[in-house]
Design a binder for this molecule. Structure first.
Ligand code: SIN
Length: 557
């Protein structure tokens, strides 16, 4: 299907005022970016590590639950695979999942060798807990509920100790630079100094790894930090790379409810709280997950989020409640110190009180489509972690598979970069893509855009609501006149991602995984396909259907 849109195919930015060179540019400093940087360095290549804020400010540090891996004696990669496929609603790429679960345990051990400290039991073995959709205890955690912070700490320290990694902070990635033969030659960046690297510049390298995280800021309420504006997906789209599965936006079922007008990043209440025994109840104190799914409160995330939404609609309530009182003070203090502090700061004591919770945007299961080694459809451009669509999540990511995906595929990308470089010289640089349509959308439109996405393309969607959303976006994008500055570039990225997301959600006339269509409430066999989109230089989106097993060939059109 072809749809003409006003999405710009290049950002309006001044010409680069400075140039940096490296063997590999890694964009993003979450688990995927940091692991890629360390693994690439092991090949003896130089790395320019670019991060949008400071090095420890990505989504990784907010991860509470942990890392899923078949580490226990009573577990196996096969069982982990079964749970991942079930959560993925029939759209996972089975070979990608096989890689994830088989290579996961070693990737976790390597992380430990880099200094990450996981919580252990009295015998010294890693403590493992359970989250929604897992039939085994297989989630390794750190600092109780501060796994991401610990993983980030260990990786940042390892990166800082390596003089072959140059770090550029406060740098927003703008557009891909390609050589005459279409290969990647680097990226343009906007850096907010001080230092030599100030303003718009070019980071040149034959290999660029996007590890920019998610696009939570497309929605008004999200667990993602403010930096999650979909920069990597939007850049890839503008460069002509294929993106897939954007309609599968995961809404975390239990986000602390802060009132009807709360906006931006919202505090997460980890699924691990339910893994340790907490249960969901409605205003009348009824346990509504019983009977919804055989795993009740520990059903896969999409099942729980939908059940909560249905209960809220049925009762007219603005949220439901999480009852963790049975856990007792000791468990709350030692196992969930972050969540306990976050609740108490807002006057809720989970030891004695029910916690008000409702779903909010949490994770993008889709993104820049890659092969099994992180290669996008543009030679020399790789994607890793939440920005990527490696096929491991399908229609709905299994809890705690995200840090694992970052670790496993970062290792494979580093190997692929080493292989792909062989026999190739540096590309000719200085070319940008042949954009017909450049432009920037004003940041003044962001709040209204997020409200539109929450209302019309959020947890619950329909043809009518999606039509409203796409109409609103097209209108706003064609009339808005932004300036070349960070906030407007980010909002352009948010709007570009939103437009493709809405397009996919409109086309997918079924309910599957985290995509819930009110007007098409069941899954349909003919929709057991992925929607893969590329954008022409005039903003035309071309969307094709591919089977879940499809993997892009790097030479493909
Ligand atoms: C959670 O702790 O509930 C979130 C973990 C995840 O998103 O995988």
């Amino acid at each position: 299907m072809k749809v003409k849109t006003p999405i710009p195919s290049r950002l309006d930015a001044p010409p680069p005022g400075w140039t940096a060179r490296a063997d590999v540019v890694v964009v993003g400093s979450g688990v995927a970016g940091l692991t890629t940087a360390l693994r690439v360095r092991a090949l003896g290549l130089s790395v320019l590590l670019v991060t949008k804020a400071t090095v420890d400010e990505g989504s990784t540090r907010w991860a509470q639950g942990g890392i899923a891996a078949a580490l226990a004696d009573d577990d196996s990669p096969e069982e982990h695979m079964r749970d991942t496929l079930e959560a993925g609603g029939g759209l996972c790429n089975e070979h990608a999942v096989e890689i994830l679960v088989n290579e996961g345990p070693d990737a976790v051990r390597e992380l430990i060798s880099w200094g990450a400290r996981f919580d252990t039991d009295p015998t010294g073995s890693i403590s493992l807990t359970r989250e929604g959709g897992h039939h085994r205890n297989r989630i390794a955690h750190a600092g109780g509920d501060a796994t991401g912070a610990e993983v980030s700490r260990a990786l940042v320290a390892a990166v800082a100790a390596d003089p072959g990694i140059e770090l550029v902070e406060n740098a927003l990635v703008l557009d891909l630079i390609t050589a005459e033969d279409g290969r990647t030659a680097g990226v343009t960046l906007h850096v907010i100094g001080p230092g030599q690297r100030d303003g718009v510049g070019a980071a040149l390298a034959p290999s660029v790894v996007l590890a920019t995280g998610g696009f939570g800021q497309v929605f008004g309420q999200t667990t993602n930090p403010y930096v999650a504006t979909g920069d990597g997906v939007a850049l890839a789209l503008r460069a002509g790379a294929a993106v897939a599965d954007l309609e599968f936006v995961q809404f975390h079922p239990t986000v602390l409810w802060l009132g009807p007008v709360a906006q931006g990043q919202q505090p997460l209440v980890s699924e691990a709280v339910r893994g340790e025994g907490a249960v969901l109840v409605d205003d009348a104190g009824r346990r509504f997950m019983i009977g919804e799914h055989p795993m009740a409160d520990l059903a896969p995330r999409d099942v729980v989020a939908k059940a909560i939404m249905r209960r809220m609609r049925a009762t007219g309530a603005s949220h439901v409640w999480l009852d963790g009182r049975e856990l007792g003070a000791d468990t709350w203090v030692h196992r969930f110190p972050t969540i306990l502090a976050s609740c108490r700061m807002r006057g809720i004591d989970p030891v004695t009180d029910l916690i008000p919770v409702s779903p909010a945007q949490h994770y993008a299961s889709g993104g820049v489509i890659t092969d099994f080694d992180g290669r996008s459809t543009i030679p020399g451009l790789y994607a890793c972690g939440e920005v990527a669509c490696s096929g491991v999540h399908g229609a709905n990511r299994l809890a705690s598979n995200s840090l694992l995906e970052g670790l496993v595929f970062a290792r494979r990308i580093a190997t692929a970069i080493g292989d792909d470089r062989e026999g190739r010289g540096s590309p000719d640089v200085g070319m940008t893509n042949g954009a017909d349509q450049s432009g920037v959308i004003s940041n003044a439109a962001r709040r209204a855009l997020q409200q539109t996405m929450d209302t019309d393309s959020g947890v619950l969607r329909s043809e009518d609501s999606l039509h409203e959303a796409s109409h609103w976006l097209d209108q706003a994008m064609s009339t808005s006149q932004g300036k070349p500055c960070t906030e407007d570039w980010e909002t352009t990225n948010v709007a570009s991602v939103a437009r493709v997301l809405v397009e996919h959600a409109t086309q997918r006339e079924e309910t599957r995984g985290s995509h819930w269509r009110e007007d098409h409430p069941s899954s349909r066999d003919e929709w057991r396909v992925r929607l893969v989109t590329t954008m022409d230089t005039d903003g035309t989106l071309r969307t094709v259907m591919r089977p879940p097993s499809w993997v892009p060939g790097i030479e493909e059109d």
